[in-house]
Design a protein around this ligand. Structure first.
Ligand code: S3P
Length: 442
């Protein structure tokens, strides 16, 4: 158990890179494992969540070399996996459990997916329903649609699925299962969610058809092995973007970061709040990547709702911190999904912001945050949720006094080294030699 103690800090003026994209890293190892040859993946995010996907593929007989933390050499199994000899541990990772379930639905053997205490509370019915309609047998042993997930797969039929939620994990689980069905499987979603699976299928020469918000795929195709470079994670960049956006004297350049339009909503929100943002796409292969330059400002409140929500879903904790630093009342609505993330993020954000002296009205699908008053340092919980821990570490940089965040190990699920990077980013900008972040072991 380790806590962080954060001190108030001055504006940042620096240039950074962020670790590889989590969503893309999961998909890269899975598609490579399904492919017909050897794929070298560079820029892979060696976080606990992504290593669960590596572990899952290895448990299915895939040989994966890991010569350095961010490089994987994956020897594809041509879509024919081996039955696991034990439970597959998905740790804290919803993406691992839901996407791997899609692959396992197409395999002619039994497997069991388990997760940690947080993942064991998350809803799986959203994938169980379509995968069952395709002919797989799935049982949620946790009751009420919760993990562990027992899967007996094989002999899938194609499905035309209209998803009730805008979830890239649901869309991806159905598409991955569709790779093993005979015929055309399609998924329509109510609002566009991140499109990394579609892009990666295209890159591995499995041609999905995309029409409006419906993605279709013909089963029976084997992905052509390709080397792949994972761009930096814009969801990780978001913490630094807000740290810079909320300081009128700050200036930050983030290089080599993913700029996929289904993920860059955070930039639009920060522009509406008054920050100056310039994004430049430098490479556009399977995924666009480039740089983001941001200059801070006195932020003003905004409304974040509707179609924008799936695009910023993982950034809402840090955008809530931006709202607390902005003049006026920011409204976040249509974001009920936040209640079924690694923790109930609406409750967690409201609790922590209130502890810092911010006025928050919690609603069923979001919150109203009245910002602009000074934040007070406080003793906060991570609630075992990486994005809550990191969002409030950034809040601590703006607070009077000291902020302590408990149980920060969870940050390793998506951003190992965040604490070291925070100290580095702030090194030249802190008022004295006292570190900005220190560790309080238990
Ligand atoms: C993810 C999709 C999103 C996101 C999650 C990662 C993915 O979840 O919140 O962190 O990699 O597909 P949903 O698909 O459930 O909205």
């Amino acid at each position: 158990m380790s806590d962080w103690k954060i001190r108030r800090s001055a504006a940042i003026k620096t240039e950074i890179t962020v670790p590889g994209d989590k969503s893309i890293s999961h998909r890269a190892v899975m598609l490579a494992a399904m492919s017909n040859g050897t794929c070298v993946i560079r820029g892979f995010l060696p976080s606990e969540d992504c290593m669960c996907s590596v572990g899952a593929m290895r448990a299915l007989g895939v040989e994966i070399e890991n010569p350095e933390p961010t490089t994987l050499i994956v020897h594809g199994k041509r879509g024919q996996f081996e039955a696991p000899t034990a439970d597959i541990d998905c740790g804290n990772s919803g993406t691992t459990m839901r996407l791997v379930a899609g692959i396992l639905a197409g395999q002619p053997f039994r497997s069991r997916l388990v997760g940690d205490a947080s993942l064991s509370k998350r809803p799986m019915r959203r994938i169980v329903e379509p995968l069952t309609q395709m002919g797989a047998k799935l049982t949620t042993e946790g009751g009420d649609g919760r993990p562990p997930l027992l899967i007996e797969g094989g002999n899938l039929r194609p499905l035309q699925y209209v998803s009730p939620v805008a979830s890239a994990q649901v869309k991806s689980a159905v598409l991955l299962a569709g790779m093993f069905a005979s015929g055309k499987t399609s998924v329509a979603e109510p609002t566009q969610s991140r499109d990394h699976t579609e892009r990666m299928l295209e890159y591995f020469l499995v041609r999905p058809q995309i029409q409006d918000r419906t993605v279709s795929i013909y089963g029976g195709q084997i992905p052509e092995s390709q080397d792949f470079m994972v761009p930096g994670d814009i969801s990780s960049a978001a913490f630094w973007l807000v740290a810079a956006a909320a300081h009128p004297n700050a200036h930050l350049l983030i290089k080599n970061v993913g700029l996929n339009e289904t993920r860059t909503g955070v930039l639009g929100v920060l522009v509406r709040m008054g920050a100056h943002v310039r994004e430049v796409v430098e490479v556009d292969q399977a995924e666009p990547l480039g740089s983001i330059e941001i200059t801070g400002a006195r932020l003003k409140a905004t409304r974040i709702a509707g179609k924008e929500i799936p695009n910023v879903i993982d950034e809402l904790p840090i955008l809530a911190v931006a709202a607390a630093l902005a003049q006026g009342t920011t409204v976040i609505a249509d974001a009920k999904e936040l209640r079924v993330k690694e923790t109930d993020r609406i409750a967690a954000i409201a609790t922590n912001l209130r502890a810092m002296g911010v006025q928050v009205v919690e609603t069923e699908d979001g919150m109203e945050i009245t910002g602009g008053s000074p934040l007070h340092g406080a003793h906060l919980e991570s609630f075992g949720d990486h994005r809550i821990a990191m969002a409030f570490a950034i809040a601590g940089l703006f607070a009077e006094g000291e902020t302590v965040i408990s149980n920060t190990e969870c940050v390793a699920t998506s951003y190992p080294g965040f604490d070291r990077q925070l100290e580095l980013v702030m090194k030249d900008h802190r008022p004295s030699q006292t570190p900005v972040i220190s560790h309080v072991p238990h």
